[in-house]
Design a protein around this ligand. Structure first.
Ligand code: ATP
Ligand code: MG
Length: 362
């Protein structure tokens, strides 16, 4: 059997810097764990625009469709702000998500003990926090028709339409239940069924899919209450599933429970391919961070944790993923910090590559 395949798209800004550390980790697995990957690398975003005049070349798109997993760094930067909308770096990312039909966006919010002081909440509220938000990514109010700004009488009206089909809800729900089965068998679905038709259907379909997963304890919550509960007592949750708009807001809210943008990974999953693995793209939540690009200051942990998610969800290597996360936890517990993780007490930060080396050592 051939090795599992990975397409690396470092992108712009700090993307290539943090991806270089992921590359070290991948090479370590090949050398030390007999877990070799076929890795190829290509351009996306501004880097692709500079070479091809488009933020994602057709050949790159075709490669992304073939591999077992795509790892993406970040796209964009001030240099590209002047570009026409159709060739902006972000369009490269949107094309990948759209053509791979990545409908389930997984965003974990995990609080490493060593960083519990970083949260804007009290330490006891977040210490040990480990939750996962599943956001539906391809439908809902961002895509529903009609949409636009229209003339109505003597003024204009801005319209977006919240629209969900049963099958769209069903596949997102199924992804969330599968995840709940791999975790702690606890799922909370969030919508606003009290005021929205799409919410009524959402609740109905999630409940129906839930009948196939009798082991999973399913609960429902209105999304506004969900936002409050996430800040009040986030540890009551394990997996949360919600629609595109609520997921956008709730996952940013959950992210900040843990403190730093440099620590947050994500996965976007689609339908299973012929080999049974889901189409998948993994990327840090942060952007290209032009303010610190090229200075060796970026925290590579978000990107390395994204690779840990790839190990778990694309390569059936959950134990190795846990070991990698444990290594990161140990390095943090030892007090190793990139600049973004320095508290007010100060100290000497390590560089991007030193952080990568420490993680491999651990
Ligand atoms: P995008 O629009 O691409 O999401 P953004 O404007 O939301 O980008 P980021 O590029 O994520 O923002 O950066 C926001 C802030 O966080 C910046 O000050 C950046 O330096 C910092 N930051 C982001 N990622 C990291 C990282 N990995 N390590 C250290 N600092 C980071
Ligand atoms: Mg942003």
């Amino acid at each position: 059997m051939s090795n599992p395949s990975i397409l690396i798209l470092p992108g712009d800004g700090i993307g290539p810097e943090v991806m270089a550390e992921v590359r070290k980790v991948i090479d370590w697995y090949g050398a030390k764990r007999d877990l070799a990957f076929d890795v190829s690398e290509d351009l996306v975003g501004g880097a692709a625009y500079d070479k091809h005049g488009v933020p994602l070349a057709d050949e790159t798109m075709a490669k992304a469709q073939e591999v077992d997993a795509v790892l993406l760094g970040a796209v964009g930067g001030p240099k590209y702000d002047v570009l026409d909308f159709s060739v902006k770096p972000e369009r490269g990312l949107l094309r990948l998500r759209k053509e791979m039909d990545l409908f389930a966006n997984l965003r974990p919010a995990q609080c490493f003990d060593a960083l519990a002081d970083f949260s804007s909440l009290k330490k006891e509220v977040v210490a040990g926090l480990d939750i996962m938000i599943v956001r539906e990514l391809t439908s809902g109010v961002y895509f529903g028709e009609p949409r636009g700004i229209f003339e109505e009488g003597n003024e204009r009206v801005g319209i977006n339409t919240q629209r969900y089909t049963e099958s769209e809800i069903e596949r997102a729900a199924r992804a969330a239940f599968e995840l709940a089965m791999k975790r702690n068998k606890k799922l909370c679905s969030m919508e606003k069924a009290n005021v929205m038709e799409s919410g009524i259907l959402w609740r109905e379909v999630v409940t129906r899919v839930g009948e196939e997963y009798p082991e999973v304890e399913l609960s429902h919550m209105y999304a506004d209450n969900g936002a409050m509960q996430l800040v009040r007592a986030p540890k009551q949750f394990d997996v949360i599933v919600t629609d595109n708009l609520f997921g956008d807001i709730l996952s940013d809210c959950a992210a900040m429970l843990t403190g730093s943008l440099g620590m947050l990974p994500s996965a976007s999953l689609g339908a299973p391919m012929a080999n049974g693995r889901p189409k998948a793209m993994y990327e840090p939540v942060h952007g290209s961070a032009p303010d610190i690009a090229g200075q060796g200051k970026a925290n590579p942990i978000a990107c390395i944790l994204s690779f840990a998610m790839a190990l778990r969800y694309s390569f059936d290597q959950g134990d190795e993923a846990t070991r990698l996360e444990t290594a990161i936890e140990k390095v943090l517990a030892d007090g190793v910090r990139t600049a973004d993780l320095m508290g007010p007490e100060g100290g000497t930060p390590v560089s991007t590559s030193e952080m990568g080396d420490k993680i491999i050592e651990a």
